[in-house]
Design a protein around this ligand. Structure first.
Ligand code: GLU
Length: 320
């Protein structure tokens, strides 16, 4: 277990947005492999195959803008580099996940990242995705490691002191994932004396520590480690956004369930370098344009929508 002071991204792996052919060297592979073992086990038990993730051929494609010019340092450096570098997650099914065999990233947030790139004039073959954990998002934007970040990133005032946010483009809510046979947890009020796993630097972890002091909060770098620990009885619950937990529950529905209702609002934003207002407002415009032309809904339906919840209306963008 690591505490929330951890760590460099051991799992950082860079890949373009186009389906690649090479094997990644990413440290997320063992976690994904572990999940695959769980899936196989679940599959054998119930006799039903696990739900399918988004297939590249089922995903929408986005019209790439031409002649884009922005008075933005972030945009200019991406232009001269010839590609965008986009931070995201690698182990959140339906939201942002990396296929361990191909290195291909998929999920709703990955689609949002591609829409933004298209509006900036970059096709999927000119996006390099980088896996960045929750705790390292702000630093990666501050030191220019990524041009923007799309990965279940809640907009809040503390983070706004460090980075800028376009959006929101979706509103999630903190929830709880438990073992299916454990009937003792049905909401955050039942967490006293329980071991609750989350990720360092995340708002759900901070909320448990601040508002539910009778729970024992443990933090790792990624939610998939928490899920492994839940299945192997080392923790009693995993807490983070419902979007993320639904993806894990859908993978092993005979072992895991969401307990109770969401108990926070997590407005998802696209993280950008704080001083680059032009870039932030360009992404706000891009979000609205892709909501209006139907791309947002098509992307939702082919990714997060696979977990069974119909697309909500997108939230209004907050141009600050
Ligand atoms: N949305 C929450 C956050 O930004 C939890 C998900 C995550 O860790 O990415 O902290």
């Amino acid at each position: 277990m690591r505490t929330h002071t951890a760590s460099a991204d051991a799992g950082t792996a860079a890949r373009t947005g186009a389906p690649p052919r090479r094997r990644p060297r990413s440290a997320v592979v063992p976690l994904a492999a572990l999940l695959a073992v769980v899936l196989l086990a679940a599959c054998g038990k119930s006799g039903t195959p696990p739900p399918k993730g988004p297939k590249p051929k089922d995903l929408p494609s986005y019209q790439v803008a031409t002649d884009v010019n922005l008075d933005s340092p972030t945009f200019r450096s991406a232009k001269s580099r010839g590609k965008l570098v986009v931070g995201t997650k690698a182990d959140q099914p339906y939201v942002a996940a990396q296929d361990p065999a191909t290195g291909y990233y998929s999920g709703f947030d990955v689609e949002i990242a591609k829409m933004m790139a298209a509006s900036l004039g970059f096709g999927v073959d000119r996006i390099e995705f980088k896996t960045i954990t929750s705790a390292n998002r702000e630093t990666s934007l501050q030191n220019g490691e990524v041009d923007y970040y799309v990965g279940t990133y809640t907009i809040n005032d503390n983070r706004k002191k460090l980075v800028g946010f376009a959006g929101p483009y979706y509103i999630a809510g903190q929830a709880l994932l438990v073992r299916k046979d454990d009937k003792s947890i049905n909401g955050p009020q039942d967490l006293a004396g329980k071991k609750v796993c989350s990720v360092a630097g995340s708002t759900p972890y901070q909320r448990i520590v601040a508002n539910y002091p009778k729970a024992t909060a443990v933090a790792y770098d990624s939610y998939s480690v928490c899920v492994d620990n839940l299945i192997s009885l080392q923790v009693d619950a995993v807490t983070t956004d419902d979007t993320i937990l639904k993806g894990y529950a859908a993978k092993v529905p005979d072992q895991l369930r969401l307990a109770g209702e969401p108990f926070s609002k997590e407005p998802y934003g696209i993280g950008v370098p704080r001083g680059d207002r032009t870039f932030r407002l360009a992404l706000d415009d891009a979000i609205v344009a892709h909501e209006q032309n139907g791309d947002w809904k098509r992307a939702y339906d082919s990714t997060l929508g696979l977990s069974g919840v119909p697309a909500p209306p997108p939230p209004p963008v907050d141009r600050y």
